[in-house]
Design a protein around this ligand. Structure first.
Ligand SMILES: [Zn+2]
Length: 219
């Protein structure tokens, strides 16, 4: 009998990466105060915050995003865990509300199959314009997340694309932006969750930053 294919979608910041790209960029270019101010604004929807935050990067060279990603620490045992999953014919990818430049870098390094993320626009000199192309999705399915990348919508879309039943999907994430996909996936895994709400809806909660820890729950 043919092996049953499964799909796993990973969040990037705080999940595959130790730390967050925008935080690292903010520290490097000294805009942590501005970043915090936007992030903690209660009067803006998630996607509006993403737009404002992207504007803080205006004028930076696009290579800076990839460079900072290459300097960040990755989750422990990623090589081993990904090898194990791929040898079981799993489809693996990233669904992130971070930046596509960073996700593409990571996906290539980790040999992953798909990337869904926000795209930073560049000018003719490859400098960031401050504009963000957001994949959304919540407006199509009535999801309440209202963030730049509705992870539930894109999980469903990838499952359909790779012809995998939604029950045969697993997701791994750490913040409330992962909430809607964690609820929807066959197996929702909270990796070092930053929010109690996430723990409550997840099937599995992992409290060490080690990708091998997910294997018993998905294989
Ligand atoms: Zn959503």
């Amino acid at each position: 009998m043919a092996r049953h294919k499964k799909l796993i979608a990973f969040d990037m910041d705080g999940t595959l990466l130790e730390g967050r790209i925008i935080q690292a960029l903010a520290e490097k270019y000294d805009f942590t105060d501005k970043l915090y101010k936007i992030q903690s604004n209660q009067n803006m929807e998630g996607y509006q915050k993403s737009q404002k935050i992207a504007y803080l990067l205006k004028g930076r060279h696009a290579d800076e995003v990839t460079k900072i990603t290459s300097e960040m620490k990755l989750i422990k045992n990623w090589r081993q865990a990904i090898y194990e999953l791929q040898s079981h014919d799993y489809v693996l990818g990233i669904i992130s509300d971070s930046y596509k430049f960073a996700c593409d870098y990571l996906a290539e390094k980790m040999n992953l199959d798909f990337v869904i993320a926000n795209d930073l626009k560049v000018d003719e000199n490859d400098c960031l314009t401050g504009d963000l192309v957001m994949p959304f999705g919540w407006e199509k399915i009535g999801c309440s997340c209202k963030i730049s990348v509705c992870k539930r919508y894109h999980l469903e879309k990838m499952a359909k694309k790779f012809e995998i039943d939604i029950q045969d999907t697993a997701v791994v994430g750490d913040t409330v932006s992962d909430l809607c996909m964690i609820k929807r996936a066959g197996t929702g895994i909270a990796m070092m969750p930053k929010d109690r709400m996430l723990e409550d809806v997840s099937d599995v909660v992992i409290k060490t930053h080690d990708l091998n820890q997910i294997l018993p729950f998905v294989l």
